[in-house]
Design a protein around this ligand. Structure first.
Ligand code: NAD
Length: 475
C-alpha cells in the first residue's frame, strides 16, 4: 500500500517514501510519502486559495459538510479502528469503542457549534462596540503518534467548522488513519484544498510548515521539546500548544479506596500508558501507602498484555522500537536510582505467534519513589507507575507541584473542603476530583507550565481558530 500527500483534493506522490510499521508484528503496513518544503509550499498555497470561498460559506452550509464527515467516520468505525490499532498498537477495545467514535463526535459537536458563534456588545453613551469573530486563515495542525486520529480530528473539526483551511501533518509513526480522513472529507463534499495533508518527518515537513508566512495559526500536540522548538521557529502566529505531562494522582487516607485504586490503575495503564494525561505520579498518604502499594501491584500484575486486536488486551506494544528502548531505559534508571520495583521490569514473558516480535513492555510499578528521581520528573510515556508517599495536605501539594509540567491532576478524598483546596492549589490545566479523566467537549483542555499554552474545546477553541475584531461605531 502507498500513502501519498493530499493537496488541493488530489493525491500527490512523494519524492521519497518511508515505511510505517505495525508495532505488534513489525510488518510494514504502507509506504508513506515523505514531504519537504516543496510539498508544504504546495499545500499551504492550496489552503490559501480555498480559504476565501470556504470562509464565506454560510455557517449552516459548512456545518452540513462537517457533520457529514462525522457521519462517514461513524459509519466506518470498525475499519478505522483496526487501521489505527495496526498503525499504533493502541488496543482495539479503546480505538473501536472510544477513540474513533469520539473522532466522529468531534465533527458533529463543532458542526453544531459553528452556527452558534456570536459576538458581544459593549454599548456606551457615545459608541456602540461590537465584536465579530473571523476565521484566521490557513492553519497548521500537527499531531503526535498517540491516539493520532482522535487528536487530528479534535483539531480538524473546529478548524474547518469555523471557516479556516488546514494543512495537517501527522506523526511519521502513525499516518494511516489520517489518509482515510482526507478521503472521507472529500467524500463528505468538503471542497478540495480545505483540508490538505502533508506526511513526513518533523524536521523536513513540520518545520517548513510552522515557519511558512501564510500559516496564521498553529495547533500543535506533541512533546514539550518540539513545542519549544516550534515556538522559536514559527515567529508571530496564533498558537495552541498541547504538550507533555507528568500528572499527579493524589490519594488521601479518607478517599474511597476502591474507587481511587480503579482510577489509578486506569490512568496509568490504559492507552498503553502512552497518554499525555496519565496519572504517572501516584501520591499516596503514608497511613494507607503500604496497603495501596500491595493492592495496586496485584492489579498491575493481572493486566492483560498482548495482541492489540484482541478485545481483552489492555496493553499493546509501544509505538516503536525507539520508544520501547526509551521506556526500558527508564525502568533501568528507576532501579538504579533506588526505587523499589514491585512488579514488571525488563523481563517480558514470551508472547504468542502473531505478536512475538512486538515492542512490548509489561506494567511496571515502582514504590518508594522520591519525587526528585528521574522516573518521577521525566515523562516516560509508557506503562510505568511511580508510587510516592506523602505526609499531609501541604506535603501532597508541594510534591504535586514540584515538576516542570502542569497538564492534568487527580485528587481523591471524601473531605469536600480538602478536595476543593487541593484542586485549586495544584498547578495544572485540569483537575479531576474522585474521578479518572472524563472528557466533555465543552471543557477547556490544555495545560500550564511546560505542558503548554492555550486551551481547546467548546468556545475555548475560539482562541486559536477565530480572530475577534472589535468594531466601535460613533453614535
Ligand atoms: P513529538 O513532539 O516528537 O512529535 C509531534 C509531532 O511534531 C509529530 O508530527 C512530529 O513529526 C512533529 N515535529 C517534530 N519536530 C518538529 C519540528 N521541528 N517542527 C514541526 N513539527 C515537528 O511528539 P510525539 O513523540 O509524537 O508525541 C508524544 C508527546 O505528545 C508526549 O510528550 C505527549 O505528552 C504529548 N501529547 C500531548 C497531548 C496534550 O494534549 N497535551 C496529547 C497527546 C500527546
Amino acid at each position: 500500500m502507498r500513502i501519498d500527500h493530499l493537496i488541493a483534493g488530489k493525491p500527490v506522490a512523494g519524492r521519497e517514501y518511508f515505511e510505517t510499521v505495525n508495532p505488534a508484528t513489525q510488518e510494514v503496513l504502507a509506504e508513506v510519502a515523505a514531504g519537504g518544503e516543496a510539498e508544504v509550499n504546495q499545500a499551504v498555497a492550496a489552503a490559501k486559495e480555498a480559504f476565501p470561498k470556504w470562509s464565506s460559506l454560510a455557517a449552516p452550509e459548512r456545518a452540513k459538510l462537517v457533520r457529514k464527515l462525522g457521519e462517514l467516520i461513524a459509519q466506518n468505525v470498525p475499519e478505522l479502528a483496526q487501521t489505527e490499532t495496526d498503525d499504533t498498537g493502541q488496543v482495539i477495545a479503546q480505538t473501536g469503542r472510544q477513540l474513533v467514535p469520539r473522532a466522529a463526535d468531534n465533527f458533529s459537536y463543532f458542526a453544531e457549534m459553528c452556527v452558534r458563534v456570536d459576538g458581544h456588545t459593549y454599548p456606551t453613551p457615545t459608541h456602540l462596540n461590537y465584536t465579530l469573530f473571523h476565521p484566521v486563515g490557513v492553519c497548521a495542525l500537527i499531531s503526535p503518534w498517540n491516539v493520532p486520529f482522535m487528536t487530528a480530528t479534535w483539531k480538524v473539526a473546529p478548524c474547518l467548522a469555523f471557516g479556516n483551511t488546514a494543512v495537517l501533518k501527522m506523526s511519521e509513526l502513525s499516518p494511516m488513519t489520517a489518509a482515510r480522513l482526507g478521503a472521507l472529507a472529500l467524500e463528505a463534499g468538503i471542497p478540495p484544498g480545505v483540508l490538505n495533508i502533508v506526511h513526513g518527518f518533523g524536521k523536513q515537513a513540520g518545520e517548513p510548515l510552522v515557519r511558512h508566512p501564510d500559516v496564521r495559526a498553529i495547533s500543535f500536540t506533541g512533546s514539550t521539546a518540539t513545542g519549544n522548538r516550534i515556538v522559536r521557529e514559527a515567529g508571530l502566529k496564533k498558537f495552541s500548544m498541547e504538550l507533555g505531562g507528568k500528572s499527579p494522582f493524589v490519594i488521601f487516607e479518607d478517599a474511597d479506596f476502591e474507587r481511587a485504586l480503579d482510577a489509578a490503575v486506569f490512568m496509568i495503564f490504559s492507552n498503553n500508558g502512552e497518554r499525555c494525561t496519565a496519572g504517572s505520579r501516584i501520591l499516596v498518604q503514608k497511613s494507607i501507602y503500604a496497603k495501596f502499594a500491595e493492592r495496586f501491584a496485584a492489579r498491575a500484575k493481572k493486566i492483560a498484555v498482548g495482541d492489540p486486536l484482541d478485545e481483552k488486551t489492555i496493553i499493546g506494544p509501544m509505538i516503536s522500537q525507539g520508544h520501547l528502548a526509551k521506556v526500558r531505559g527508564y525502568i533501568e534508571a528507576g532501579t538504579k536510582e533506588g526505587a523499589t520495583l514491585l512488579c514488571g521490569g525488563l523481563d517480558v514473558p514470551p508472547l504468542p505467534g502473531r505478536v512475538e516480535k512486538g515492542n512490548y513492555v509489561v506494567p511496571t510499578v515502582f514504590a518508594d519513589v522520591d519525587n526528585r528521581m528521574r522516573i518521577a520528573q521525566d515523562e516516560i510515556f509508557g506503562p510505568v507507575a511511580c508510587l510516592i508517599p506523602f505526609d499531609g495536605e501541604e506535603d501532597a501539594i508541594r510534591i504535586a507541584n514540584d515538576i516542570p509540567y502542569g497538564l492534568s491532576s487527580y485528587v481523591f478524598t471524601e473531605n469536600v473542603g480538602r478536595a476543593h483546596r487541593v484542586a485549586a492549589a495544584i498547578e495544572a490545566g485540569m483537575c479531576f476530583v474522585n474521578s479518572q479523566n472524563v472528557r466533555d467537549l465543552r471543557q477547556p483542555f490544555g495545560g500550564t507550565k511546560a505542558s503548554g499554552t492555550g486551551r481547546e474545546g467548546g468556545t475555548w477553541s475560539y482562541e486559536v481558530f477565530l480572530e475577534p475584531k472589535n468594531i466601535a461605531v460613533s453614535l
